[in-house]
Design a protein around this ligand. Sequence first.
Ligand code: ADE
Ligand code: ZN
Length: 367
Amino acid sequence: MDKSTHPSNDALALKLDALPRSVLPTLLRQAPKAELHLHIEGTLEPELIFKLAQRNGVRLGYPSVQALRAAYAFTDLQSFLDVYYAGAGVLLTEQDFFDLAWAYFERAAADAVVHAEVFFDPQTHTSRGVPMQAVILGLHRACLRAQADLGLNARLILCFLRHLSEKDALATLEAALPWRDCFIGVGLDSAEQDNPPERFARVFARARELGLHCVAHAGEEGPPAYIEGALDVLQAERIDHGVRCLEDPALVQRLAQARMPLTVCPLSNLKLCVVPSLAQHPLRRMLDEGLCAMVNSDDPAYFGGYLNDNFLRCFEADPALTARHAYALLRNSFEACFDLDEASRQQRYQQIDALFEAALAQLPKTG
Ligand code: ADE
Ligand code: ZN
């Protein structure tokens, strides 16, 4: 059974079967979208790495942009993280963090992203002596400008690095509290294998006490049990990636029933060898199982594409992805936003409906 669309919109969903796949690239490009799994450090393009290295007098281990880009051949998550943390070493000042985030927001707006809940990794910077204030205020200033100049709602989510200790995570959260109003939640990222969510029970309890939303990477490289740990112990409200849930049918049923959002990142999964090819990516299966999955770009500067690239490459690679799937993915992205008021959410649903209705109205009449 196809359970891929939200029940409240079954009438339109049925009509969508009439839409040919050829109209989808344009629809997907134009449709408003929310991006919910995006590491701001993962938007650091090689050109900006070189520019900031020069500005800050940081020595790079690569002679050119081309040589750096050529190093982006990853075999797994850890091989990527090594390059990603090294790249972030050029970020030193508040202005650097502003420039980084502003460059992302401009690109995101070009992809019709209208709402973004953006991850940042303070420990990657504070461990190098960068003040927490420079990180948060630089990013926050870019969020304010995104709202003012691009009409893009931008929010921040502070992530803990799971290869470090919980003690370090607790100290990081406390150090960020002077800027509590600048972020809406906490997350858990970095090396998943052998770093189960249970290790971070206390810091997530503290975050919940502070009224922060909770998300966690789980089921990217780690087993389905890590998804259960994120739900039961961290009380995560979204699961980042979550693709390995499909190995456990009872977990799939639980996630579908709860409409737990899964922030799927197809090009990331391809580049980090979580899947052998995009044609074999489980995105369609996840939707057909009734999961609240949506498309995200994770670390687009490293994985070969921003949000629209992720959408278009998936639809190109899997001929069984239909208008219904496209519709569900777009709608799910707004269903899963934390900081979007109900009227705006309904408005986004209506805009998506209107786009699909307009595409239907343009079809040649039959009979
Ligand atoms: N940090 C940045 N990207 C990540 C990913 N895909 N998984 C875990 N940690 C990350
Ligand atoms: Zn991620």
